[in-house]
Design a protein around this ligand. Structure first.
Ligand code: BES
Ligand code: MN
Ligand code: ZN
Length: 503
């Protein structure tokens, strides 16, 4: 992975690097160099703004201008990234961290193939230095494992963050830890399902999790059958690659709170016998993104040594049609003891999650949060980039939405209207997995899950069907394909419960 280090801001002109990145604002009277760019204008003979205007720069977010320095700076290339309007209060500290993350990511993505990149963006506080580092590291991500020619390794080898802020070293260490987790989640999502099936995912979790200091337990298909995990068994029974349940746990002697995270880990979702149409299937390798986020978050929590207790469950299965697959109208008994009629085998995520949620209840957690690429209805309701947050506790739901916002991950609260519960009544079992109404599909899925939440436990559900996988163009620090979405929100929530300030 790309490495990152710090250097003081007065180094900008003479810093030995292949590209120097600065920011520019859209000002009322033209372009306005951002903090970090001041000294450079002088070195460039006062021509920075005029040069930028001549190449059509407007200072808008997402905009990049590359300017050769002809020896005026040690860096041969100056890269100017748009930051939009200057902070309303006009201060060096007034920046929104997400603007900085995205700007750093945009710049580093535009510099793929460049060896060393120095980021002289506004970083007056440790939080902002961390944001610049994180955006840069996430923007440097690439997935080239399956290419036989060309770039095989990280396209940017070293990042330097120019800052004088106190505490910046700790902030870039946190950023590196987060970026390592998010990059691993992206790799897992991007890995073709022929190379990532439940047992393989469990092996990776065991190996990497143990190295990070987590306790890891894996239940195989026999243990799942014996243990009464009817949902995970039912979804996995159609595949030649049997299911797994992974439990990751982390504890801190001074912890006040125990968090339980449960992730949907469908390594491929064909729909099962309720087969998906081709156009909806080709990206269903991403259906383990929830388990990926839980895994990545537990790794980061352990590596950061946060003052919380945390358990993570990865509910791993491959949803395939075959002679052994579950049939629409089959009934199974879930881990919680309730029976479920399976009317649609493509509504499989909720079936594996209810076993994970009920099992998590045995750990006596204060909070359960499940994360899943659960419904196409989430994308209909909120679009590709905004996750839906639901739950049985409005305060917890609000905390998660706020935490996501702090980390720069878009999430929005959604309701669980009681009148939708009736549609899940089954004529034969305790509950059916499909609501006859297509409308409100994100909500009915969550209402199904709610039935399996242990009594008295605060629970929230994050549907990230859209955010987990970027089918469009790369933007900011988000690449095409696997995004690692919600990993940072889960870490941020743990930091919040560990009593750490938001950053
Ligand atoms: N994995 C899908 C949901 C999904 C859709 C994720 C698009 C990412 C992008 C899930 O298992 C599914 O198939 N859900 C069905 C539920 C329906 C049958 C009630 C859906 O949303 O169509
Ligand atoms: Mn499905
Ligand atoms: Zn699915």
């Amino acid at each position: 992975m790309t490495t990152v280090r710090l250097t003081p801001t007065d180094n900008a002109v003479s810093f030995d690097t292949d590209a120097l990145v600065v920011g520019v604002h859209t000002g009322p009277d033209g372009l306005l160099p951002a903090p970090g760019a001041e000294g450079l204008d002088q070195a460039l003979g006062g021509r920075l703004a005029a040069t930028l205007e001549s190449v059509g720069a407007k200072g808008k977010p997402g905009e990049i201008s590359k300017i050769p320095t002809f020896g005026a700076l040690t860096a041969p290339l100056l890269v100017v990234v748009g930051l939009g309007d200057a902070p309303g209060d006009g201060s060096k500290e007034g920046y929104d961290a997400e603007i900085l993350r995205r700007a750093a990511g945009t710049a580093v993505r535009a510099l793929a193939g460049t060896g060393r990149v120095a980021l002289a963006l506004p970083a007056a506080s440790a939080e902002h230095a961390g944001a610049v580092a994180l955006g840069g590291l996430l923007g440097a991500y690439s997935f080239t494992r399956y290419r036989t020619a060309g770039e095989q390794s990280s396209p940017v080898s070293e990042l330097a963050v120019l800052t004088d802020a106190e505490g910046a070293q700790a902030a870039i260490e946190r950023a590196t830890t987060l970026a390592t987790s998010v990059s691993l989640v992206r790799d897992l999502v991007n890995t073709p399902p022929s190379d990532l099936w439940p047992a393989r995912f469990a092996e990776i979790a065991e190996q990497v999790g143990t190295e990070a200091g987590l306790s890891v337990e894996v239940l195989d298909e026999n243990a799942l059958k014996e243990g009464g995990y009817g949902g995970i068994v039912a979804v996995g029974q159609g595949s030649a690659n049997p299911p797994r349940l992974v439990r990751l746990s982390y504890s801190h002697p001074e912890a006040g709170t125990k968090l339980a995270y449960v992730g949907k880990g469908i390594t491929f979702d064909s729909g099962g016998l309720s087969l998906k149409p081709t156009a909806s299937m080709d990206w269903m390798k991403s259906d383990m993104g929830g388990a990926g986020a839980v895994f990545g978050a537990l790794l980061a929590i352990a590596r950061l040594g946060l003052k919380v207790n945390a358990v993570g469950y990865l509910c791993l299965a491959e949803n395939m049609p075959s002679g052994t697959a579950q049939r629409p109208s089959d009934v199974f008994t879930s881990f919680a003891g309730k029976t479920v009629e399976v009317l649609d085998t493509d509504a499989e995520g909720r079936l594996v999650l209810i076993d994970g949620i009920a099992r998590a209840g045995q750990d006596d957690p204060d909070v359960i949060v499940d994360v899943a690429t659960l419904t196409g209805a989430q994308i209909v309701a909120l679009g590709w980039r905004t996750a839906g947050v639901m739950g049985n506790d409005d305060d917890l739901r609000a905390e998660i939405v706020a935490t996501a916002g702090e980390q720069g991950e878009a999430a929005w609260p959604m309701p669980l209207p009681d009148e939708l519960r009736k549609g899940l009544d089954s004529p034969v079992a305790d509950i059916a997995n499909l609501h006859p109404e297509r409308f409100g599909g994100m909500l009915t899925a969550a209402i199904f899950l709610r039935e399996f939440v242990p009594d008295g436990v605060r629970w929230a559900h994050i549907d990230m069907a859209g955010p987990a996988f970027n089918k469009g163009e790369a933007h900011g620090y988000t690449p095409k394909g696997g995004t690692g979405a919600i990993t940072r929100t889960l870490v941020g929530l743990a930091e919040r419960y560990a009593g750490e300030p938001p950053r």
